[in-house]
Write a protein that binds this ligand. Sequence first.
Ligand code: SF4
Length: 193
Amino acid sequence: MNYLKIDKEDLCNGEGLRVVLWLSGCSHKCKGCQNPQTWDANSGILFDESAKKELFRELDKDYISGLTLTGGDPLFESNLDGMLDLVADVNKRYNTSSDEIRLSKPEKSIWLYTGYTLEDIAGGRAYDKNGAFFMFEDDRKRYQIISSCDVLIDGRFIDTQRDMTLKWRGSKNQRVIDIQKSLQKGEVVLWED
Ligand code: SF4
């Protein structure tokens, strides 16, 4: 998993002052994308243990509200294993369990931007040859990752729906979803600030 940069005090990609990790790799190729240099999964540098330490050093600061994962697409196929490890490590260090629905406000929230919609991720299912329902492996991982986050900004950037007055998103089709409340209710609940 490669990344382009770590922003240490960002106010534009989520609530509060945040650390932002810009990941390499995206297959959506949205017209009007502001970061086409992130599309190639080999661009940037390897997200290794030293990069992870740098990230946690910044997240440890009291005034930092949390981590935003963007790019590129954090849910690009070659990022999935790295993302699973990272969100689990962040939750273990700061929050409650990464596997269960969060019942309390996280100490450090995790926001994730992706070109996939929630329905793309949750709906990636098929029947196997015995007629049993299963989830595609990559979608299972995507679902596991977003389940460990607090807020999901979903959907491709659509140039014809661009609206620069929107908070946290670039086009009207994109949604700012409260993932934990959505999991609890079993339906999409938009995030409210
Ligand atoms: S999903 Fe994001 S990074 Fe990928 S092409 Fe669309 S706007 Fe660009």
